[in-house]
Design a protein around this ligand. Structure first.
Ligand SMILES: Nc1ncnc2c1ncn2[C@@H]1O[C@H](COP(=O)(O)OP(=O)(O)OP(=O)(O)O)[C@@H](O)[C@H]1O
Ligand SMILES: [Mg+2]
Length: 364
């Protein structure tokens, strides 16, 4: 297997997944500045079903770099390989196929009218995808490179336990950790909901409920003074909305995703059947999340006594459409809630909140 990443200004990496071909360029995988490498600064990494985001820098000057966690395959030909190399396309030759990964996968999927494939499904490594581990390793390596010094601190997001999915989560976490250790990092997992608390709740002393509504999962965590008390994930989020809305409208999931990401608002039913389908499945996701949050808090063995109401922060791409916040608040209000809530607000930067929190945790 051979990756030929371009557009990078460093050249310190060796291939991790098999030998490079005779004509391939030496690996160039990261884009850190010399200052960052010298400083050996910590890194926050959000390993998401849909996007992988690296966060670097400090609280005020946090910088993000993201790649889609996706790929497509093209039949191998020398000409195609040369053209992709010339066009700076992030690609890899594997047997008789060319694997185009990361952000470039989406562009080429549109050109060739194919669906992108995903290394991850519902928050963890996709068991149906043989290329998954190699692709994810390459995307991570492209984003963060090899550690400049042994033991550079990195926190990476992992899903919290969901009812019934523990085995997949443990395997996923161990695999991502192994990739990061091979790159020379001192890698620590952080549950995604807790990362949101770290990223968003400095002003409440890291006490509150952090929620990330992503692509494969919604993750939530109630933390007190940065200590997680209750955390969980539910495997209904953006992908669930796309696939179910596609199934009832006869459309493909990609079209629904595009519609959802471009100006879709949650403001009741209308005459547009695609918007209606999105609305119905959005409501299901919101109600499932609110119900599970209430149930998990109510059944917690020892819920701390709070001397004041706690904030709730929503983040993640699925929480972004207008109307999501209001509907979530309405869903929470349908029954008594076991914890007094100060406010429910949206993150200012919902797509980067988890990576920022992971960086905060790595910096502490
Ligand atoms: N502007 C938007 N409006 C609506 N949905 C959006 C928007 N931007 C992204 N999304 C959706 O958000 C999801 C991706 O969100 P996010 O990047 O937070 O997920 P992830 O972290 O990769 O996944 P997970 O945390 O579940 O593993 C996708 O379903 C995508 O379609
Ligand atoms: Mg996420």
């Amino acid at each position: 297997m051979r990756f030929t990443p371009l557009n990078n200004d460093e050249n310190n990496d060796q291939p991790l997944a098999g030998p490079p071909g005779p004509e391939s360029e030496p690996m160039k995988e990261n884009s850190l500045t010399t200052e960052e490498k010298d400083a050996n600064l910590p890194i926050g990494l959000d390993v998401g079903t849909s996007r992988i985001v690296a966060a670097r820098g400090g609280d005020k000057s946090c910088r993000y770099e993201a790649q889609l966690n996706a790929f497509i395959t093209l039949p191998y030909s020398k000409l195609t390989e040369n053209l992709l190399t010339r066009e700076d396309v992030f690609h890899e030759v594997f047997d008789n196929e060319i694997v185009v990964a990361g952000n470039d996968a989406q562009k080429f999927a549109e050109v060739f009218h194919v669906e992108t494939r995903r290394p991850m499904l519902q928050g963890v490594l996709n068991p149906q995808e043989p290329h998954g581990i190699h692709v994810i390793r390459r995307i991570i390596t492209r984003l963060i490179g090899k550690s400049s010094a042994e033991g550079r601190r990195l926190f990476y997001s992992v899903p919290a336990a969901s009812d019934g999915g523990e085995q997949g989560i443990a395997y996923h976490n161990a695999t991502i950790k192994q990739i990061l250790i091979e790159l020379g990092y001192e890698a620590h997992p952080i549950e995604e909901g807790l990362a949101v608390v770290f990223g968003e709740m400095c002003s409440s002393n890291y006490t509150g409920i952090g929620i990330s509504c992503g692509s494969g999962m919604c993750n939530a965590c109630l933390a007190v003074l940065s200590v997680p008390v209750v955390s969980f994930s539910v495997a209904k989020a953006g992908d669930y909305i796309d696939s179910h809305a596609a199934a009832v409208t006869g459309e493909v999931a990609n079209r629904l995703r595009t519609e959802k990401e471009h100006g879709f608002r949650l403001n009741g039913l209308s005459t547009d059947r695609v918007k209606n389908a999105l609305t119905i499945y959005y409501q299901e996701v919101i109600e499932t999340l609110a119900y599970t949050l209430r149930a998990k808090l109510s059944s917690a063995a020892k819920l701390p006594k709070f001397d004041r109401p706690v904030p709730v922060v929503l983040s993640g791409g699925t929480a972004m459409p207008k109307g999501f916040l209001d509907q979530f608040i309405a869903a929470l209000r349908t029954q008594d809630f076991p914890v007094k809530i100060l406010e429910v607000r949206m993150s200012d930067d919902p797509l980067n909140s988890t990576a920022r929190g992971a960086l905060m945790a790595a910096t502490c």
